[in-house]
Design a protein around this ligand. Structure first.
Ligand code: A3P
Length: 330
C-alpha cells in the first residue's frame, strides 16, 4: 500500500499551470532556493512562488479597485486570519449579527470569507468576475505596497496593513512552512531558514522592505493606509477595533457599544473560538492547506522558545539597520 503523506501534498500553487507570459518573465528573474518550493523568484524587489507571481501579474493588469473597497494587506503569518475574521464580522455586523447561531464565521475559515487577490481570485482566474461582491468589497493581499495594482493607489479605497514582530513572524512562518512541505522533503531546519530570512529571502520578503513600504505610506497618507501591529491588537483589542471602525468610516454607535458589540465581535474572532470550530479543526482550503495550520498558538513572544542569543542579536541588528530613522520599532 502506498505510504500516506502526513503533509498536504495537494497544494494548488505547486501544480498551477503557468501562462506563457509568466514563464517568460520567470526566466529573466533572479532566483534563490525556497522554504517550501524549490525556487523563489525576485520581482520588483520581493520574493515569490512562481504561481503567486502569476496571480500578481493578473491582479496588476486587471484588478479595478473601487473607492469603497477595503484591502487588508499583511505580511504572511502576521495574523491575517484574525484580521480577516475581525474585518468581515465588523463590516457585516448588520447583515450577520455576531451572536447569530449561523454566523458565516462559524462554518467558514476566514480565508474563505475574505479572499486573497493574488493568491486566490487572480490565481484561479486571470480576470475574475467580482460582481457578486457586495459593497464595501473586502479583499486581502500579501503584496508589498510597491506592487499593488495601480487602481488601488489611484482610487480612494482604504488599506489596513497588519504586521507583527519579525521574530514571531519568522517562527510562525518556519512552523507553517514545515506543515506545507512534502514528507519526503523533510522539515526545514530553523538555522537554514533563519539564514534565508536574515538575507531577506522569504515569501514576500525582505520583511523589512514590506513593513517600510506600508509604514511610509501610512505616514504620508493616514486616511488611506492604517498601520497596525499584531502586538497592539493583542494588547488592546477593543481600542484598536474601535479605531479601525473609525478609520473605515463605520464607527460603533452608542447603542452598539452598550449592547456589548465590541466584546462580542472580539469573542467570536478570538483564537480559542476560531481554533475550536469544526471547520478549522478538520477543514481544508481549496488551495490544499489544512485550516488548522492557521491556528498554531497565537501568542506574543513565542520566539523566546526557539531563538538562540546569537540569533536574537543578529535579528535585532538587522532590524536596527533596516528600520533606522523610520520611526518604526519592534
Ligand atoms: P502563531 O504561528 O505564532 O501561532 P496568518 O493568519 O497571517 O497566517 O498568521 C498566523 C498566525 O496568527 C499564527 O501565529 C496564528 O496562531 C495566529 N492567529 C490565527 N488566528 C488568530 C486569532 N484569532 N487571534 C490571534 N492570533 C491568531
Amino acid at each position: 500500500m502506498p505510504k500516506e503523506p502526513s503533509h498536504p501534498p495537494d497544494l494548488k500553487y505547486l501544480k498551477q499551470e503557468l501562462t506563457q507570459e509568466c514563464k517568460i518573465l520567470l526566466s529573466t528573474l533572479p532566483t534563490k532556493s525556497g522554504w517550501v518550493v524549490s525556487k523563489l523568484y525576485n520581482y520588483q524587489g520581493f520574493w515569490y512562488h512562481p504561481s503567486y507571481l502569476q496571480g500578481l501579474l493578473s491582479c496588476q493588469k486587471h484588478f479595478q479597485a473601487q473607492d469603497t473597497d477595503i484591502l487588508l494587506a499583511t505580511t504572511p503569518k502576521s495574523g491575517t486570519t484574525w484580521l480577516k475574521a475581525l474585518l468581515f464580522t465588523l463590516l457585516n455586523r448588520t447583515r450577520y449579527p455576531h451572536a447569530q447561531h449561523d454566523h458565516p464565521l462559524l462554518s467558514n475559515n476566514p480565508h474563505m470569507l475574505v479572499p486573497f487577490l493574488e493568491i486566490k481570485l487572480y490565481l484561479d482566474d486571470q480576470n475574475p468576475d467580482l460582481s457578486s461582491f457586495a459593497s464595501p468589497r473586502l479583499f486581502s493581499t500579501h503584496l508589498p505596497y510597491v506592487s499593488l495594482p495601480k487602481s488601488v493607489k489611484d482610487s480612494k479605497c482604504k488599506l489596513v496593513y497588519l504586521c507583527r514582530n519579525p521574530k514571531d513572524t519568522f517562527i510562525s512562518l518556519w512552523a507553517f512552512s514545515n506543515q506545507l512541505r512534502l514528507q519526503e522533503m523533510g522539515t526545514n531546519s530553523l538555522e537554514d531558514v533563519f539564514e534565508k530570512y536574515c538575507e531577506g529571502v522569504s515569501l514576500y520578503g525582505p520583511f523589512w522592505d514590506h513593513l517600510l513600504g506600508y509604514w511610509q505610506e501610512s505616514l504620508k497618507n493616514p486616511d488611506k493606509v492604517y498601520f497596525l501591529t499584531y502586538e497592539e491588537m493583542k494588547e488592546e483589542p477593543d481600542l484598536h477595533l474601535r479605531k479601525l471602525t473609525e478609520f473605515l468610516g463605520c464607527p460603533f454607535s452608542v447603542e452598539e457599544k452598550k449592547e456589548g458589540m465590541v466584546e462580542g465581535i472580539l469573542d467570536i474572532c478570538s483564537f480559542d473560538n476560531l481554533r475550536n470550530l469544526k471547520v478549522n479543526k478538520e477543514g481544508k482550503l481549496p488551495s490544499g492547506e489544512n485550516n488548522s495550520a492557521f491556528f498554531r498558538n497565537g501568542k506574543v513572544g513565542d520566539w523566546k522558545n526557539y531563538l538562540t542569543t546569537e540569533m536574537v542579536e543578529r535579528f535585532e541588528k538587522i532590524c536596527e539597520e533596516k528600520l533606522h530613522g523610520s520611526g518604526l520599532k519592534f
